[in-house]
Every structure is written in structure tokens, then in C-alpha cells.
Design a protein around this ligand. Structure first.
Ligand code: FUB
Length: 350
């Protein structure tokens, strides 16, 4: 009898506790709604072309691929481009812009892309595993921002890992930033040479750094060997893997504000978007803080763009599905403090 009462008491307590937690979570309402809900989208790279906002996201699907430690369930097979005349305006899905079957060297997993314009041509950069299951970065071109894009027959020579993002400086020079650890394979590369499969970075090691390469004039190759981009603390020290709430994991993005270069990125397993400021596209970048607090879902990936005098953060969460690999892109305004730092954003109400 006593035993039964004890079980009942424990069950009631657990029920009360889980209801309290749920109530707390329900109060955290998303501040913004998905930009589209007829397809799943993530990793939004936004740009303004001809005054219109174009978004180059990953196109999430439920491919039925088993989840593993390397993100095998992110098994995407094509890209769609979204566009809108202004934030809050109607969002157009332009359909398939590039299909994996039209990339001769591709094996599987089309991850986060980005795009740039030069001399009447749009360039789409995309990471995908090659036939040996090693991530490389490809390039495809189109005369229209929404595509369709035609892929080059080979990946960019010397490219590796994931999350290419392209930044065009005021003088017209284009730079590519790339890299991501764990499933993004950055830890497999040292001095731009492939080391084969390795363990994930460990505590006690210096954190891996994103890479930068100046693009050649035709934007189809690197004009130099990729270099590491240093992200340092206020004392000029590199982060250790132990500082996993601040160190680089994936999703590098660079924008310029008041003549300074801002490198923002995801901390992956601690789910922050952080940012650091520098005086050159090559860095070093000094860590400044959290840009966006963790969102619902595991990944946190973004872009920052200015349109009609305001700055916007494009990001994603999993509001539509609750599933890590089926995400939805969103947007919210971003604001700077007078000293050039960015006000930390939270995608949910308290
Ligand atoms: O979308 C697949 C991967 O998830 C991206 O490449 C990462 O940045 C993470 O968002």
C-alpha cells in the first residue's frame, strides 16, 4: 500500500513538473513567422539584387536518411531561390534553381549555398559531398538571380568543407569564406591538405578557424590558397575548443558596417550566432558577443543584409515541424548600438 502511494506521488510530481515546463516553453512564442511553409528551407543567404531581396536557402526534405553524428539526415537534393520586394512583402518561390542530378561530380547532401553578382552573371556557390563522400564547393551560373543555374563540371579547385559565403567588397573584389567542423569535415583539413577521416576537435585543442580565399576575376576559382581567418578574444588570444559558446563551428558570414568588417558565425553545439569585428576581410576579427540566442532546433545559421535603410537578420528555426532537419527561414530587424556593437537578438518572447 505504502509502495503504491509512493508511486502515485512520484507520477503526480512528474506530471506536474512536465506541465510546468511545457507551460514555460509555450510562453516562449516565436516573434516571427516562417517566410514560406509549402517547402522547408534553412541557412538563408540573403542579397539585394536590382532592389529586390533574393534568398538562397538550403531546401530541407525528409529523404528518409537515418540520422547520424555527421548530419546524414540533412540529405538535400536541390536548391530553390526565394525573393520578395521588401521584408513583409509577398515571398515568391522561383522553383528548382539547381538539382543535384545536374552536378556531374556530386554524391550527396546539398548544404548551405550563397550567391553573388558580377558583370551580368549570377554565381551560386554550394557545398555538396563528392563521390568519395568528401565535401567540396561547386559553382553554377545564371543570367537571372533566381536561376536556373548551370553547374561547372568540377568543384572549385582547392575547395573543401561547407558553408561557402561570398562577400563583395566596395572595390568589387569578391572573397569566399567557408568551413564547418564535425559533419562539415573542416577538422579533416590541415594546411589545405586532406588528412582523411579524423576525430572531431577535442577540448584542449585550439578551435578550428573558418577559411577565406580571394576569388579570381571569373569567380570560378580561388585566386590564392585558402587562409585561416583568426577570431580572437579581447586579449588577442585564439579560442580553445573548450570555449564552445564562442568558438567558430560553421556558417561564416561577413558584412560591412561603418567601414568595419563583421564576421558572424554559429557556435554549433552551443547554438549561438556570434560575431566579431575586424579592419580587413582577412581579419583578425575580435569577438564581440552573441548576435542571436539559440533557436528551436539544433542548427543556427543566418545572413545579414541591408535593405531600404534597415538591417535585417535572416535565420531559421523549426517552428513548422519541430524536427532538426526540417527547418523554415525567417527574418527580423537587426540594430546596432552607437559603438558599432550589435544588439543581441532573441527570436522568442520571454
Ligand atoms: O543545412 C545543412 C547544414 O546545417 C548547414 O550547412 C549548416 O550550416 C547547418 O545549418
Amino acid at each position: 500500500m505504502f509502495y503504491k502511494e509512493k508511486i502515485n506521488f512520484t507520477l503526480s510530481f512528474l506530471l506536474f513538473f512536465s506541465l510546468a515546463l511545457q507551460a514555460q516553453d509555450n510562453k516562449r512564442k516565436p516573434k516571427n513567422q516562417p517566410l514560406v511553409s509549402h517547402i522547408y528551407t534553412a541557412d538563408p543567404s540573403a542579397h539585394v539584387f536590382n532592389g529586390r531581396i533574393y534568398i538562397y536557402p538550403s531546401h530541407d526534405i525528409d529523404a528518409g536518411t537515418k540520422e547520424d553524428d555527421e548530419g546524414g539526415h540533412f540529405d538535400m537534393k536541390d536548391y530553390h531561390v526565394l525573393s520578395m520586394d521588401k521584408v513583409g512583402g509577398k515571398v515568391t518561390d522561383h522553383g528548382v534553381a539547381l538539382d543535384i542530378k545536374d552536378v556531374p561530380w556530386a554524391g550527396r547532401q546539398m548544404w548551405a549555398p550563397d550567391a553573388v553578382w558580377k558583370n551580368g552573371t549570377f554565381y551560386l556557390y554550394f557545398p555538396v559531398k563528392d563521390k568519395e563522400d568528401v565535401f567540396r564547393i561547386g559553382v553554377a551560373t545564371s543570367k537571372k538571380p533566381e536561376g536556373p543555374f548551370k553547374a561547372e563540371p568540377e568543384p572549385i579547385k582547392g575547395s573543401y568543407s561547407i558553408d561557402p559565403s561570398v562577400f563583395k567588397d566596395k572595390d568589387g573584389q569578391v572573397y569566399m569564406y567557408f568551413g564547418g567542423i564535425w559533419g562539415g569535415q573542416l577538422q579533416r583539413w590541415k594546411d589545405n591538405k586532406y588528412q582523411g577521416k579524423t576525430d572531431n576537435p577535442k577540448k584542449g585543442e585550439v578551435a578550428r578557424l573558418p577559411r577565406i580565399a580571394k576569388m579570381s576575376a571569373d569567380l570560378k576559382s580561388f585566386a590564392e590558397e585558402p587562409k585561416e581567418v583568426k577570431i580572437v578574444d579581447e586579449k588577442g588570444n585564439l579560442f580553445m575548443e573548450d570555449n564552445n559558446d564562442k568558438r567558430f563551428f560553421e556558417a561564416a558570414w561577413v558584412h560591412k558596417y561603418n567601414g568595419k568588417y563583421y564576421l558572424s558565425y554559429s557556435t554549433g553545439d552551443t547554438h549561438n550566432l556570434c560575431y566579431a569585428i575586424g579592419s580587413s576581410p582577412y581579419g583578425p576579427f575580435t569577438y564581440k558577443g552573441v548576435l542571436l540566442k539559440p533557436v528551436q532546433g539544433w542548427t543556427n545559421h543566418h545572413s545579414i543584409v541591408q535593405h531600404q535603410g534597415k538591417w535585417y537578420l535572416f535565420y531559421h528555426d523549426v517552428q513548422l515541424t519541430g524536427k532538426t532537419h526540417l527547418r523554415n527561414v525567417k527574418v527580423m530587424e537587426l540594430k546596432y548600438n552607437a559603438d558599432g556593437t550589435i544588439k543581441t537578438l532573441d527570436a522568442y518572447t520571454d
